[in-house]
Design a protein around this ligand. Sequence first.
Ligand code: CDP
Ligand code: MG
Length: 749
Amino acid sequence: MGTERKRKVSLFDVVDETSVSAKLVKTNGVGPGAMMNNNNSLINRWNGKPYSQRYYEILEKRKSLPVWQQKEEFLQVLKANQVIILVGETGSGKTTQIPQFVLEGVDIETPDRRRKMMIACTQPRRVAAMSVSRRVAEEMDVTIGEEVGYSIRFEDCSSARTVLKYLTDGMLLREAMTDPLLERYKVIVLDEAHERTLATDVLFGLLKEVLKNRPDLKLVVMSATLEAEKFQGYFYGAPLMKVPGRLHPVEIFYTQDPERDYLEAAIRTVVQIHMCEPSGDILVFLTGEEEIEDACRKITKEITNMGDQVGPVKVVPLYSTLPPAMQQKIFEPAPPPSKEGGPPGRKIVVSTNIAETSLTIDGIVYVIDPGFAKQKVYNPRVRVESLLVSPISKASAHQRSGRAGRTQPGKCFRLYTEKSFNNDLQPQTYPEILRSNLANTVLTLKKLGIDDLVHFDFMDPPAPETLMRALEVLNYLGALDDDGNLTEMGEKMSEFPLDPQMSKMLVESPKYNCSNEILSISAMLSGCHQQLSCLGSMPLVGMHHRILIPNCFVRPREAQKAADEAKARFGHIDGDHLTLLNVYHAYKQNNEDPSWCYDNFVNHRALKSADNVRQQLVRIMARFNLKLCSNDFNSRDYYVNIRKAMLAGYFMQVAHLERTGQYLTVKDNQVVHLHPSNCLDHKPEWVIYNEYVLTSRNFIRTVTDVRGEWLIDIAPHYYDLSNFPQCEAKRVLERLYRKREKERENNRK
Ligand code: CDP
Ligand code: MG
C-alpha cells in the first residue's frame, strides 16, 4: 500500500456495511427440456440435436444461481395463479432463468399443433434484450433467432420457430396494436418492472384488461426492488415470491467534500483503485456515450503511461448504441498479469445505468458511483422534454453499490458526501410516465382502442395537464378529431414507430412529391440517434423537443480540422436536415463504402443503421399505398418542397428570429439559441428544429430555414392568430395574412 493509497482512503469515510450470506444450491439431474434418444444420449427437445459439451458446462453454473433453489415452488405458484410477482436481487438469475423455467412448466402447444405459442420477456433496454437473448440461446443450446429470439425497434431477430422472445416493452406494446389480446403468447414476463418505464406502465394497464379476457394467459412481473408490494396491490394481491439475495458485504465510501468535476473524480478513483487495491474488476457509472468514450480514452491513457508499475487493463464501454460485438466484450475476463508474479490485470467497465440492474457483470468488486444519470424531464407548460443529467435516487445508489458484492466482498466509492446522500437524493426515481411527453403514448392507447384515458388504470396517473397537452398536439397534427377520436390520419401515423411529428411528415410527404427524400431524412434522424429509454426504445426522434446527438459525423480529437472541413462539404446552407440528406445521398452514391465513410469522417455504423431504418419505413409506406416519389433534382423547387413537407409535420417546432437577434420559440416564447453545430450560413427569420436541448443555455439543434408564408399556408389551424400570445412573431404573421388576403383579392379581379 503506497502513499497514494493512504491519501485516497482519507478522502472517504467508511460508513455502511451490508451482509447477506451466500448460499449455494446443490444440484443434480439435467436441465430443462431434455429427452433421451435411441442411443441413450440426451437430445435437445427444441431442435432435436444432442446437447453440446458447452451446454453442460453452462448448466452447472446456472444451477448455482439463487432462482434455481425455488424452481419447483415457482412452477407450482405459476400453475395455481394467473399473475405472480417475483422479486430478487440483481444477478439472481431472474431474466435468464425464469423464462426457461416457464418453458419447462407450461404447455405451449396449440390445439392444431402447427405453431407453438410463445413466452415473451420484456426489457426496458434494447441492449439488455439483445444481450440476454443471446445468452439464453446459448444456455438452451439453440441458435439465436431460431427457438430463442429478440425483437427491438427496427430489428426483429425471431422466426416461426421462436418459443421464447425477449423484446423491449415498447415492442410488446406495438404488437398489441395488431394483436390486442396478445394471442400468440402463453405467458408474458414483464421484467425490470421497478424501472417503471413509460411502456411498462402502459403495459401494466393494458395487461390487466387482457388478462380478464384471456383466462389462459399468465403474467409474471419481475422486479429487483421491494417496491414490488405496489405491484401486488395493483394486481389484486397476486402472490409475491422473494428470491433471497446473494450479496457479499459492500463497504461504502463517501467523499468528504463535494466533487467539482465528477468525470475527473471518477477517472482519478479508477486509477487509484488500480494502483492500490487487490485484484477485482471495476464498474464506473457515467451518463452517456460521449462521456463514457471520453473516460475510456483517458483511463487507458493514464494507466498506459504508468508502465509496468501496474497491471494491464481492459477498459470496456457500455451504452445503448454500442454495436452487439462490442457489447459482448463486457463479459470477457480481465487480462492476465503482463509477467508472472506481476500486478494483476483488471477489467474496467464504464457504463450508463444499464449496468445498474439490466445487465449483471460477474467479477465486479469495485463500483464508482458519481451519483448522476441522464433522466427524462418534461415540462408540459412549455412542451419541452429533455434528457438531463440529474442526481440519481437513493434506491439507484443502493442498486449500484450492490453490483460490487456479487462474487466476493466489495467496495463502492460514492463521489458525493454522505450528507448529500441523506439530504439531497430522493428515495425513489419517479416513474417515467410522470416525466414524459405523452403524445406518442396517447396515440398508441387510442390505436389500442382505449378512448377514456382519464379512467385508464394507470399505476401512477400522469398529470392531467400532460394528457391535455398530448391530446392537443395530436389534434393539431390531425391524428385525433375534435372529439378525441382517432382519425384516418391518426391510424396511419400510429403505424410508424416514430414520434407523431415525424410520422405526420412522412404521411404528408407524397403531397409534396418528395417522400423519398423525407424517408431519407427521417431515417437519418432516427437511425443515427438511437437512444436510451423512451417507450423502451420504440418512438424516437424529435418527440417534442428531445435531446439527441446526431452522431453520423465523426470528429476525432487528432483530426478536428479535417473533420470539420469534411462536414462542411456536405453542408447545405438551408439547414441541417438537408445536410443529413446530402450525407445519405453521398453514402449511397459511393456504394455504402466503409472506407469512403472513413475518409469523409462519417460514421459508417450510423449510416448503415439509417439505411436499415429507411427500408423498414418504406415497407410501412407501402402498406398504406403512400407513393414513393421525388421531384426533379434540377428543379428549383426540389429543396423547397422538402422543407415544406418537413413543416407539415414539425409546424409546432418553429422558432422566430426577433429584432433583438434572439430566437423565440413560436407560441411558447422561450428564448433559444441555434446550436453551434448548425451549418446555416445565415440566421433565417423562421426555423424548424428537431430537438430542444436544455443546458445552461437553451439550444435548438438540427434546424432548417422555413418561410413565414408556408406557416400560414400549411398549418393555418395552428397559426390561427385569434389564440396567439402577443409577440413579434404574431405581428409578422398578421402582415403575412394581410398580404395573402390581398393576393387573393387581386386574383379574383
Ligand atoms: O435478471 P437477474 O439480474 O436476476 O440475473 P440474470 O440477468 O438472469 O443473470 C444471471 C447470471 O447470468 C449472471 O451471473 C450473469 O452474469 C449471467 N449472464 C451472462 O453471463 N451473460 C449474459 N449475457 C447475461 C447474463
Ligand atoms: Mg434481470
